[in-house]
Write a protein that binds this ligand. Structure first.
Ligand SMILES: Nc1ncnc2c1ncn2[C@@H]1O[C@H](COP(=O)(O)OP(=O)(O)O)[C@@H](O)[C@H]1O
Ligand SMILES: [Mg+2]
Length: 212
């Protein structure tokens, strides 16, 4: 069983968007998937409630209430949507649940600075120091040819954490969430640019590089 956590204490950077899409990706590949929502805002569980019956089922776990205690034993993947503002002991407890951590970052100075502080804090978490969990960053809501994306790209390239993918800002994410789907479940003619951008992320998640 693999535990993949989407984590960044900064609100609004795309944790729930990435968590729901990662869950949808693996279930579309035929894996048994659970989605554990540690955020009392419940965005991932609300997405699951919108999921049509004719799509492969994903088990929902109310992590913010009872952790992974009720997670299905037979899941191949548990995708964990982390809450905002996790620091200190709470952060250590969260990280202890995961072997793989995906950190989404927005092209904004506030978000880049907050993420820099957070990655510094993560370095001090013993599980990360021991490399018992692997971290990768993902630029999210990117608009090409903007100065702030250049800044983000430069920051993510030079910080000593693997920079896995850059995802554009796209209405497809909003559309997919509303329908309880991932972008992989939208029609190809709409979603192919996003499928292309996800390729490095899904390849990393499948590879041993993202596993301790
Ligand atoms: N790549 C994207 N393109 C367009 N909208 C996005 C994208 N990623 C996230 N969003 C939107 O940004 C908002 C915050 O994203 P969300 O996943 O809820 O962040 P978090 O869970 O970190 O608070 C939501 O309205 C979501 O639909
Ligand atoms: Mg969220």
């Amino acid at each position: 069983m693999r535990h993949i956590m989407v984590l960044n204490p900064k609100g609004g950077c795309g944790k729930s968007t990435l968590a729901t899409n990662i869950a949808s990706y693996f279930v579309s590949q035929g894996a048994a998937v659970a989605l554990a929502d540690y955020d009392p805002q419940r965005s991932s569980l609300d997405w699951l409630a919108r999921r049509p019956d004719n799509r492969p089922a994903i088990a929902g776990v109310a992590g913010y209430e009872s952790g992974l205690r009720h997670a299905p034993r037979n899941a191949d993947f548990i995708i964990i949507d982390a809450p905002a503002r996790s620091h200190g002991k709470e952060l250590v407890d969260l990280v202890n649940h995961a072997e793989t951590i995906v950190v989404p970052v927005l092209p904004s100075t506030i978000d880049i600075q907050a993420t820099a502080n957070f990655l510094e804090e993560l370095k001090g978490v013993s599980k990360i120091g021991r490399k018992a969990a692997k971290i990768g960053t993902v630029a999210n809501r990117v608009r090409d040819n903007t100065l702030i994306f250049d800044d983000l790209d430069e920051y993510l390239t030079k910080v000593r954490v693997p920079y896995i993918a850059a995802l554009r800002e796209a209405q497809n994410y909003v559309r997919a969430y509303t329908r309880g789907l991932g972008i992989f479940e939208l029609p190809e003619y709409l979603a192919w640019p996003d499928w292309d951008e996800w390729e490095p992320l899904t390849a990393w998640l499948r590879s041993v590089r993202s596993q301790p």
